[in-house]
Design a protein around this ligand. Structure first.
Ligand code: GLN
Length: 305
């Protein structure tokens, strides 16, 4: 496996030149555009890796499935489903998912910003600090890494350049999707996006999703199997935003990207994959990361189709 990962990594490296670092959050533009790493955790607990697998980066939108999981664990499927729909938006991650007249829960999806901001209001906690602390705890547990923390510099950068997310949150408030103070809700969202991870963390989280809620290589159940089905289905249809259809053809796996350059992919019953390469395409997905996943999927017949 290591040899295969090394080979595919070398073949994907030229694609790092085809993407651009995210710069709308200024701190993200400091990443190394040439970095590329991969980590794989199989369901029986075997680990393999190559390249910059231990380079830290911020989780960004890959926190959205974790926010959704915690909302499901706290409220159950029906309550979450009633607030935020499950249809692919076919739009960019920061799109205004509304028509002229009204904002309908069916226009929202937990994998794009408006839906994820609503998820912050659904998770339990007396304060938004407590809600975030519970999210961080779950992230550490899913990743099997108690040392995961927030990248404070990215958090501050997000918070001070978050006009679009503020606009989205105020729209949600206007339409009654959010009752609490917008800044407090967004603080939880910005912190969530700024959680620092590496490829191993993402691979482990994906392996739990692939294992339908059980930690790889152990019998510990972290969440019920039906939540994994719910999250994986939404990842398949909207995890790469408006690039999800093409990704389903090229790779064929439930996956989530983030503008920090991470991608996590769950191969149901088989393995979790974590990838890092921060040069992005116009949709905010890692160019070399998708290429690497596509090659791996073809070589190991990972597509679920
Ligand atoms: N923090 C980013 C934002 O809300 C996350 C977006 C992403 O990773 N696509 O703008």
């Amino acid at each position: 496996m290591e040899q295969l990962l090394e080979e595919l990594l070398a073949a994907s490296r030229p694609y790092t030149k085809e993407g651009r670092l995210a710069d709308y959050i200024p701190e993200l533009s400091k990443a190394d555009p040439n970095a590329l790493g991969i980590y794989v955790v199989s369901s029986d607990g075997k680990h393999s890796w190559a390249g910059s697998y231990n380079q830290p980066f911020t989780i960004q939108s890959i926190v959205k499935p974790i926010l959704l999981l915690l909302a499901l664990m706290d409220n159950g499927i029906d309550a979450v489903r009633a607030r935020v729909g499950v249809e692919a938006t076919g739009k960019p991650f920061d799109a205004i998912n509304t028509s002229e007249q009204a904002l309908d829960s069916e226009h929202l999806n937990p994998m794009v910003n408006m839906g994820a901001i609503v998820m912050c209001t659904l998770i339990r906690g007396e304060t938004y600090q407590e809600r975030f602390a519970r999210l961080l705890d779950l992230t550490r547990k899913l990743a099997d890494n108690p040392d995961i923390t927030v990248d404070e510099a990215v958090y501050r950068s997000e918070k001070s350049h978050g006009s679009k997310n503020r606009a989205l949150a105020y729209l949600l408030k206007t339409y009654g999707f959010l009752q609490d103070d917008v800044e407090e809700v967004l603080d939880c969202y910005f912190r969530a996006c700024s959680i620092r991870v590496d490829c191993r963390d993402l691979a482990h989280i994906a392996a739990v999703l692939a294992n339908r809620g059980r930690a790889p290589g152990s019998d510990e159940r972290i969440f019920p199997a039906r939540f994994a089905q719910y999250v994986n289905a939404i990842l398949l249809t909207c995890g790469m935003y408006d690039g999800s259809g093409e990704f389903a053809i090229r790779v064929g796996l439930p996956a989530k990207s983030g503008v920090g350059g991470g991608i996590m992919a769950a191969v149901p019953t088989r393995m979790g994959i974590g990838i890092f390469s921060p040069a992005l395409d116009r949709k905010g997905n890692s160019v070399a990361g998708i290429h690497l996943l596509e090659q791996l999927s073809q070589r190991l017949f990972l597509s679920i189709f």
